[in-house]
Design a binder for this molecule. Sequence first.
Ligand code: SAH
Length: 279
Amino acid sequence: MMQDYNILDETKRILRENGVWLKRKLGQSFLINMEYISKQLQAGRLNKNDIVLEIGAGIGNLTVKLAPLVKKVYAIELDHTLAEILRKRITAYNNIEVFECDALKCDFPQFNKIIANIPYNIASPLTFKILSYKFELGVLMYQLEFAKRLIAKPGYGNYSRLSVNAALKADVEIIDIVPRTAFYPKPKVDSAIVKIIPKNIKLKSDIEEFTKIVNGIFSYKNKKIYSAIKHYMNKLNIDKETLKQILLNIPYSDVRVKDMSIDMIDDLTVYIINKMRGV
Ligand code: SAH
């Protein structure tokens, strides 16, 4: 194996020399294990045409490995101190551009791949923001428990709103579990590398209505559809007669919410939309 400088020592040195105090609330914990950096790069199937977005670049441990393999890296980092360190560290590269901004607030430049160890504290909104862009492939590091919920299939314990909303927009898969020891400072939880391939599912219903139903019924994950819809609609103050009509022939009435696939929720949504319109 090629002799690499020790990333942990390098990370500690950079932090020390710059007098950095890490901010826990920004999820600042750096990947310091070359094995997992390599796995992320490999999973990205990178080539010289790729324009890669990296979110939460930190001091650039992944950034400097990405840059030689691709055409362009856009590295987003919110923390001013870290963004400054990053800018200094990458002067030898001419294909990295640093954006100092909040990834939830700034617009992303055009990219075809996203490779990142994201800030875990904003994993959910950030993932949905990313999925609203058009791109080919993502390789993202998540907290393990979050990753399990993200990729969960119907019928499994971790299946949730998050799983449905993600599956609607992409194929998601855990490709590696990463122990907490691969990071500095060492976090309290393990992580996972998730591969994301966006796709376009055509719903029979309407995406907004579908999402409302998903968000509504997953509050009652272990209930059967009949009672989940009843609870959800009661909260919405739907009039009693309409609700009665809806419940009358409701599809999948005996299926538990946690076992509902996208197709089934789609059917359910079509049925409810039609009933609400009085069809
Ligand atoms: N990718 C780096 C750092 C991961 S730590 C590595 O693997 O070593 C997560 C990074 O995200 C931190 O540097 C933190 O400052 C940054 N961050 C946190 N919230 C952010 C936000 N809203 N927008 C952009 N960056 C953010």
